[in-house]
Write a protein that binds this ligand. Structure first.
Ligand code: F0G
Length: 461
């Protein structure tokens, strides 16, 4: 029994090793952001103060993980660390087979190749950039079947990542089940604001899919964060452990793609996991072509060990409470100040509603891209555009996709920044909010063919 009534949580760790931060002047930032084509992806890390670009590969590892790095078995074949990882994946996620990959998109490439025949459809609960591109490169067409609330920044729904079963069923009726390669289920849903999907919905999707012989491919990248939301929001799960919830979530799928760079507290790594013998056989053959032998998949032995150890740490309730609690802290402070953000607050990031910041900017003046640049100019904080630039173009018509959401993501690396960094961030966002009226937007002057948001360049209007 916890006899001390605690008023607040705190991080369940202390800091052993520090990395100095560099602050710059506004004059310096005017130059660096112009040279970066007003794209925060093109900034040099040394010119960034607080880096909220992504929670991907930017996490702080524990002493236990670093100790594991020294135990890397760097054999080309049959590394001990592979077997450790395989054991942990089976124990925590429940899948029978494991194929390591260098990161999440490596797994997406394999599964898309294996399961999609040209002309097939791939429904999912909102797109993710790399996931959809791999589906398209394999000849598939992505179909969004997430609930409508997910496309509305202000709609309050505890499980905004849920699939609209009517949309999924309508697609099956319209094209026929045999034209559907599989359904991808993201948990949490990154592009909707880090929103969770409920267990009830996962179960129903799996039932409907199985009835129609359609496989469910789970994007487990932030599934532990999703499990935390299920524990605190869904009836019947209050007393279950994160581990139990995660296992049940994964049981409603046939395979999973994983970017270990998020939940699993590592700087690099991912995997594909599955239950099906045939899919495993194919994946084991193909991983050799794209990633490396099936017992390392593009990773060093030490990286697999760090990821195996990360699974155990990431699945702790205290860890997830501090991680999601930090994001919630920033979100609640911004809400108090009247700054428009996606509600409810998601798991890995705060999403600023750029359309509300800049109602004067039409979408082709790139409001979210503009807002990310303004934030950097104000304080050296780096965020990421998640709007029309990220959405890209339709592969059929070549036109821009015009997403309803025009967002800037402040993404929190795990175990990296303190509450004081959070306060500085809130103050800077508020400053940019106060100065919103005079902002004029951007013009795109260079557009790459694939995943354009990474390398596109802009000029101030
Ligand atoms: N799925 C989701 C939900 C992701 O968020 C990501 C990456 C991937 C797959 C691909 O994994 O990067 O290891 O190849 N998201 C990063 C982000 C890039 O910043 O949100 P990857």
């Amino acid at each position: 029994m916890d006899t001390i009534k605690r008023r607040s949580w705190a991080e369940p760790f202390k800091i052993k090793s520090v990395e100095p931060l560099r602050m710059t002047t506004r004059e310096e930032r005017e130059i660096t952001i112009r040279e970066a084509g007003y794209n925060t992806f093109l900034l040099k890390s040394k010119d960034v103060y607080i880096d909220l670009l992504t929670d991907s590969g930017t996490n702080a590892m524990s002493d236990y993980q670093w100790a594991g790095m020294m135990l890397g078995d760097e054999a080309y074949a049959g590394s001990e660390n592979y077997y450790n990882l395989e054991r942990m994946v089976k124990e925590y996620y429940g899948y029978k087979y494991l194929v390591p990959t260098h990161q999440g998109r490596g797994a997406e490439n394999l599964i898309s190749h294996i399961l999609i025949k040209p002309g097939q459809y791939v429904p999912g609960n909102m797109y993710f950039t790399t996931t959809r591109l791999h589906q398209e490169l394999s000849g598939g067409t992505f179909v969004d079947v997430i609930i409508d609330e997910a496309h509305d920044a202000q709609a309050e729904h505890p499980f905004k990542g849920n699939v609209d079963l009517n949309k999924f069923e309508a697609l099956i009726k319209r094209v026929g089940a045999e034209k559907i390669a599989y359904i991808t289920i993201g948990a949490t849903v990154n592009m909707a604001g880090g929103q969770p999907i409920s267990m009830e919905n996962l179960r129903s999707v799996y039932q409907l899919a199985s009835k129609n012989n359609i496989k469910v491919v789970f994007d487990a990248t932030r599934a532990m964060e999703n499990a935390f939301f299920i524990k605190i929001r869904e009836r019947g799960y209050e007393k279950k452990t994160i581990k139990e919830i995660l296992l049940e979530m994964c049981s409603y799928s046939d395979a999973a793609t994983m970017s270990g760079k998020k939940d699993l507290l590592v700087n690099i790594g991912g995997f594909l996991a599955m239950n099906d013998d045939d899919v495993f056989e194919e994946a084991r053959n193909m991983v050799v072509v794209y990633e490396g032998l099936h017992t390392y998949g593009g990773l060093a032995g030490r990286d697999m060990e760090a990821m195996a150890r990360g699974i155990e740490e990431a699945c702790q309730f205290n860890h997830l409470q501090a991680r999601i609690g930090q994001v919630e802290y920033v979100g609640n402070r911004l809400i108090e100040l009247g700054v428009p953000i996606v509600r409810p607050i998601g798991g890995h990031a705060i999403f600023l509603d750029a359309k509300k910041f800049y109602p004067q900017l039409e979408q082709l003046k790139f409001p979210a891209q503009t807002l990310a640049a303004e934030l950097y100019l104000d304080s050296g904080i780096r965020a990421m555009e998640r709007g029309i630039v990220s959405a890209g173009r339709s592969k059929e018509t070549g036109d821009h996709y015009f997403p309803k959401l025009e967002l800037v993501r402040l993404t929190f690396p795990r175990r990296v920044y303190t509450q004081a960094h959070c306060d500085v961030t809130v103050e800077s966002v508020y400053e940019v909010w106060k100065n919103r009226a005079t902002v004029k937007g951007l013009k795109m002057i260079y557009e790459p063919k694939y995943l354009r948001f990474f390398q596109a360049r802009f000029e101030k209007l």
